[in-house]
Design a binder for this molecule. Structure first.
Ligand code: TTP
Ligand code: MG
Ligand code: MG
Length: 415
């Protein structure tokens, strides 16, 4: 019989994610204090306008907007590790940060770019280790247990491979914690940030986990922490010393039992896999019933907006599709649907609008309408579609400098 495998769960978190994505665009800022935050300001547009004739990576460092003199109510979304050395970090007011680190460069968030890189690094992981749980924009859990290399050196070998592959394809670094469960893995991924790996084994509980503040347990928020402190408990080790009944008395059955288990490093939660959507749709019920002829202009505008929303949803989630459908509900509450499958995968609002328009023509529009919906099905991941279309591997050079090629392939495809 093969030996029983040890459960190895990894938590991977990107390093200074929003800031690192900006550094791909502006590699000349590498190693400098950079903070991301506030809204887009006139200074951001002025920078680009003043250098419209040079590539982004040639804009002189001296010309970037600085934190010094910032006035306003913006807060820091994240900061590069160089900036963190001056004591600035997430959630700090930009005015306060400007005092601590006036020379830091201040840049706005580009959410579209963030989402693209978020999808890209997760797709890279899925290629290597298929059991992945998406935990938001810059982090995932991964089940290493049965993946090749996932048991070697406590998971370090597979962790290194994933770090290396993400870096090669995107130019981004991340940190990984590997442990027997999600709870410990989440704590471990912070141990060696940035670009680090930390392994926590069952027997490491006392040395590596118990000295930490209770707040490091994902699930103990400021309120629970305050209550624990009021009871004289500041570290996880102190929490683990308490009787489970005592904890239940103070926190209730559920939380008390959970606190006890967590402080002993116990967590049975499974990895929840990403489920692939079957279709992406938007629909709207009108404020008053609309007539296809008399309210043509209004209906047309709503129809276009629905198509734009579906296209945006597809882009955000990283899909294209080739079955476009519509749904109508009439004033007598009867509904009809029509759809059409086209040859090429589509994702842009204009094409969706055209095909959906053809579907609409197939419905007799004599009654008034109360609802209109647009749906795209037969989905394919944008990246797979891109690969199929170009027949070229998406792999990039090893240098990291061409990192955005992976991403840049998307927009042109479906123009
Ligand atoms: P985090 O992973 O918490 O932080 P980080 O990736 O910037 O830095 P670290 O190396 O310590 O992991 O958050 C991921 C991104 O989410 C971050 O780059 C910006 C964004 N974010 C917010 O928008 N609001 C917040 O309050 C925090 C903490 C992060
Ligand atoms: Mg992060
Ligand atoms: Mg994170």
């Amino acid at each position: 019989m093969p030996p029983r495998l040890i459960r190895r769960i990894a938590h991977l978190d990107m390093d200074a994610f929003y800031a690192s994505v900006e550094l791909l665009r502006y590699p000349q800022l590498k190693g400098l204090p950079v903070v991301i935050g506030g809204g887009r300001r006139s200074a951001d547009d002025a920078l680009l306008q003043a250098h419209a004739d040079v590539p982004l990576n040639k804009i002189p460092v001296a010309d970037f907007p600085r934190l010094a003199g910032y006035t306003g109510r913006g807060v820091i979304t994240t900061a590069t590790y160089a900036a963190r050395q001056s004591g600035v970090g997430s959630a700090m007011g930009l005015m306060k940060a400007a005092k601590l680190c006036p020379q830091a460069i201040l840049l706005p968030v580009d959410f579209a770019e963030i989402r693209r890189y978020s999808r890209a690094f997760k797709d890279i992981i899925l290629d290597i280790a298929p059991l992945m749980e998406d935990r938001g924009v810059d982090e995932v859990y991964i089940d290493f247990t049965e993946v090749p290399g996932g048991q070697r050196d406590g998971g370090r070998v597979l962790g290194r491979l994933i770090q290396k592959t993400i870096f090669q394809h995107t130019g981004l670094t991340c940190s990984i914690g590997v442990a027997p469960n999600k709870l410990l893995a989440k704590m471990a991924s912070e141990f060696n940030k940035p670009n680090g790996i930390a392994i926590v084994l069952e027997e490491d509980l006392q040395d590596k986990i118990w000295p930490l503040a209770c707040r490091k347990i994902n699930g103990i928020g400021p309120k629970a922490d305050e209550k624990l402190q009021g009871l004289g408990i500041t570290t996880i080790g102190q929490l683990a010393q308490q009787e489970v009944d005592w904890l239940i008395d103070h926190f209730g059955q559920k939380t008390g039992a959970w606190l006890y288990a967590a402080s002993h490093g116990q967590d049975e939660r499974p990895i929840e896999l990403e489920s692939e959507p079957v279709s992406i749709s938007r629909e709207t019920t009108f404020e008053r019933d609309l007539h296809a002829v008399r309210d043509k202009a209004e209906l047309g505008a709503i129809f276009t907006r629905l198509c734009e929303q579906v296209a945006a949803d597809l882009a955000n989630k990283g899909y294209v599709g080739k079955t476009i459908g519509i749904k109508l509900r009439f004033d007598d509450f009867k509904s009809v649907t029509r759809d059409q499958t086209v040859e090429a995968y589509v994702g842009d609002a204009k094409t969706i609008r055209q095909i959906a328009g053809l579907c609409l023509k197939r419905v007799p529009l004599t009654k008034r309408l109360r609802l209109l919906g647009v749906r795209v099905a037969s989905l394919m991941r944008l990246q797979d579609a891109a690969e199929t279309a170009s027949k070229k591997p998406l792999a990039l050079s090893n240098k990291g400098s061409n990192a955005s090629d992976l991403i840049a392939i998307e927009p042109q495809l479906f123009d």
